[in-house]
Design a protein around this ligand. Structure first.
Ligand code: AMP
Length: 221
């Protein structure tokens, strides 16, 4: 699959490895990695209005309203670097978002694909509760599964690693509930459109990456 016309949506529950895979895949296919969670965290960090509004929802593990998110994604996709292709991580998260995205892509006459990363529920909680994120570059580590060389320090940029407020155990359950109610129906949405591939998301990030690339390169939509 070439970068031209590359429109990929990564699906899966929080902690399925979307962020890690998105970074690897974006590099492999030479397209921008657009994470709506990262965009919102950046807006919170710089104290913008959008960040302030988003925070009320993020801190509770809830979804930021669809109208706000559709505005965020429209604005990001209109930037020139997304013209040849894009990899979406964390968007869409609801049927109205998926329908809005479908309209945006339809206007561009470019086909899209969706890949879901399948990981069992108990593994998800283990991954999220040990996750540490770099404040500076957003890279992700895990205290036992993929620890940084030096505790608390990002291997990639030397930034400070922290535990996201929404990666604490009480909020994790709320996020999983929201996922099942709002986001899981997207599987059927994309399956009906025959653009969904499911990939086993267990094992090392390299193994999962290889499986996703095989799905994308081995089987035209
Ligand atoms: P993530 O980094 O993708 O896990 O996103 C962190 C949080 O940001 C989520 O739990 C939501 O509160 C919010 N968020 C990110 N993307 C979206 C989206 N597409 N729709 C609604 N809320 C979102």
């Amino acid at each position: 699959m070439s970068a031209t016309g590359f429109r990929l949506v990564l699906l899966g529950p929080p902690g399925a490895g979307k962020g890690t895979q998105a970074a690897l895949l974006a590099k492999h296919f030479a397209v921008p990695h657009v994470s709506t969670g990262e965009i919102l965290r950046h807006e919170i960090g710089r104290g913008s209005d959008l960040g302030g509004r988003a925070r009320q929802y993020i801190d509770k593990g809830e979804l930021v309203p669809d109208q706000i998110m559709l505005g965020v994604i429209r604005e990001r996709l209109s930037q020139g670097d997304c013209a040849p292709g894009v990899l979406l991580d964390g968007f869409p998260r609801s049927i109205p978002q998926a329908a809005g995205l479908e309209e945006i892509f339809a206007a561009e006459h470019v086909p899209m694909r969706a890949v879901s990363l399948d990981v069992p529920a108990d593994e998800i909680v283990r991954r999220l509760s040990g996750r540490r994120t770099c404040r500076a570059c957003g890279a992700m580590f895990h205290v036992t599964l993929s620890p940084p060389a030096k505790a608390g320090v990002c291997d990639r940029c030397g930034g400070e690693l922290y535990q996201r407020d929404d990666d604490r155990e009480d909020i994790i359950q709320a996020r999983l509930d929201v996922y099942h109610k709002e986001t899981e129906p997207l599987m059927a949405f994309y399956r009906e459109r025959r653009v969904l591939r499911s990939v086993d998301g267990t094992g090392s990030s390299r193994e999962v990456f290889r499986r996703v690339v095989e799905e994308l390169e081995g089987a035209p939509a």
